[in-house]
Design a protein around this ligand. Sequence first.
Ligand code: MN
Length: 411
Amino acid sequence: MTTLKTWVSVPKDSDFSIYNLPYGIFSLDENTLKVGMAIGKQIVDLSAVADLGLLEVNSFYFRQSTLNEFIGLGKELTNKVRLDVQRLLVLENSPLKNHPEVFIAQREVRMHLPVRIGDYTDFYSSIEHATNVGKMYRDPENALLSNWRHIPVGYHGRASSVVVSGTSIHRPMGQVKQKDASEPTFKASESLDFELEMGFVIGKNTKLGERISTKNAGEHIFGLVLFNDWSARDIQKWEYVPLGPFLGKSFGSSMSPWIVTIEALEPFKVSGPSQQPEVLSYLKCDGNQNYDIQLEVGMAPKDSNETVISTSNFKYMYWNMIQQLAHHTVNGCNVNVGDVMASGTISGKDEKSYGSLLEISWGGKKPFEMKDGSTRTFIEDYDTITMRGFAEKKGVRVGFGEVSGTILPSV
Ligand code: MN
């Protein structure tokens, strides 16, 4: 990697280094949404840079309330914009030095959902998570179902309720069946959970009937975000047989506002776990397809300090994004720019790396202590869950910022 030095002030531990330059949607007032790029504690207003005639893309594409139109231009252009801005931020005699209006402080803006999500799919691709859930919900001896090592299992989620970081979520009401009860009851969920996930955003449409091969899948991935798949375990447990998750998931999912491009993450590729038995040929892929991204989950009661309750890593995933996308389209299902595909809960082998409270408290049986002395099994009202993630190698850091959300009482 060539060493890059920007003339913009960037704190040493910033997720938004000159090597990152993620895309997002910001506004200074309620009515004017624009495309920006994060650098340090600032945002580069890309519409202003385009108006100066410094980009190959018309500012029309940056005066949008989502990134869909821009992403739809294709990787050749979107990558060029990122590299052009990178050069402008490095160049000693950069024309941007005379245009302070191009830079806006991140603390002054509101961030919005970066894409218009047509479809949202959630996978279930961590073998440790699937094994833990299988042990609790089914048979400890045969925790993994027989299809799991052959298929990147997933379900079609609900795009309408995907929200940007900072959006509060009301505790869902629903139908639950308590352990010894003969009939279900309607009540507020008592085992509200998070799922530590990453999501990828589709960058290129396919036609109905078209398949994406593992060879070409990378061209269809624009970038990644942090993703919290809020889950009501009691509702989920009663409803999930035989068609899978439904209302226990669709009341809300949160994503981080900055999309880190797959190109910015290239230096952090690592090999994944070995897959046994051998996968079918349409799922085979060459080279390193996992990413070394350090993840953590913090939990904070109202007006109290946060406790870090999980530290995991995206590299643990058994099924990678390339395989997920090849599998998703193998039947001819089309995908569109802005679709989001989430990884599934990212758990590691170690208890400290479990990516959900279901696993951390082992189904509610093992309460854990918070810094303020209170205990938890699941999420209580006014608790805030914050997920963070970054990749780092040889002093180069590319991070995601955070996805955060507070749980409010039921309505
Ligand atoms: Mn999930």
